[in-house]
Design a protein around this ligand. Sequence first.
Ligand SMILES: NC(=O)C1=CN([C@@H]2O[C@H](COP(=O)(O)OP(=O)(O)OC[C@H]3O[C@@H](n4cnc5c(N)ncnc54)[C@H](O)[C@@H]3O)[C@@H](O)[C@H]2O)C=CC1
Ligand SMILES: CCCCCC(=O)/C=C/[C@H]1C=CC(=O)[C@@H]1CCCCCCC(=O)O
Length: 267
Amino acid sequence: MDRRMHLVGKVALVTGGASGMGCGFAEALLKAAAKVCIADINVETGVATESDLRQQYGHENVMFSKCNITSATEFEAVFKRTKEAFGGIDIVVNNAGIGGETDENWEQTVDVNMKGTLRGLRLAMYYLSVEHGGRGGCIVNVASMTGLNPNPLSPVYGCTKAGIIHATRCYVVSEAAKKSNIRLNVLCPAFVDTPMFRRLAAGDATQTIGGDQTAVTAFIERIGVLSTEEVSVALIDILTDETRNGLILRCAKKTGNVYSTLTVQDV
Ligand SMILES: NC(=O)C1=CN([C@@H]2O[C@H](COP(=O)(O)OP(=O)(O)OC[C@H]3O[C@@H](n4cnc5c(N)ncnc54)[C@H](O)[C@@H]3O)[C@@H](O)[C@H]2O)C=CC1
Ligand SMILES: CCCCCC(=O)/C=C/[C@H]1C=CC(=O)[C@@H]1CCCCCCC(=O)O
């Protein structure tokens, strides 16, 4: 039996799609002939990305929608607009996220990565559910290797990513997901060459604890850096292979893509 989900004509919503990994995901989906709404807080970059992608993949297949994922109103409006413009939603990639570990920015990291992603997850469950007019589909949440491997330089960021992994696992076993045939998986990349990564590599001291750039540089050199294209291949594999459900996909330069689950202890 063919267990591959064909992406032709499927509708995807990608948060943080204006730049970095999200932009790479949008392009990979468009190459596979899906329709994409990129939702992003950054209007200038979002409009430029929309224009660029429209030129390459057709005006009718791409839209940008301004959205701060910390705003319940703005986020729900994007789901409504995507559904109206493209006739439904099949795929949601909760990708938008930030780094920040200082006294001034750590709570914002929690607000965006944890609360924002949970909001996107709840909205995705609602809009994909058959009960609410959806047609099932696939949700991919972007966490990070730091959500699995402890790192003293980024405890807040790592904690938000661990939360995203756990939330995904909880929804996977929900009746709501089963009833509507919604698949959920979580992507955990190590370093990926994006504007966020470049700020870290260039010594932005607000992204880690202690500003120990020597430790950050040594760490980057040890584990290597993926391209956005490499991570997009991983995303397309999750989306198209319908046997992928409830999985954690670790992506790293040296070890490649590794699917796994976490043990559930019988108590
Ligand atoms: N670059 C890396 O090495 C890794 C990044 N990640 C995660 O991947 C995701 C994407 O990161 P990158 O592409 O590297 O970052 P990026 O900074 O290059 O792109 C993130 C995009 O999200 C948008 N964004 C930020 N806050 C937002 C908000 N409140 N509402 C809507 N959009 C918002 C930004 O405007 C930007 O376009 C993030 O969740 C990040 O934590 C995970 C592992 C590694
Ligand atoms: C095994 C760690 C891989 C880290 C993957 C990741 O999510 C990186 C994201 C960073 C890119 C720019 C940032 O500001 C993000 C957060 C900073 C995390 C710092 C991790 C540094 C380290 O562990 O040495």
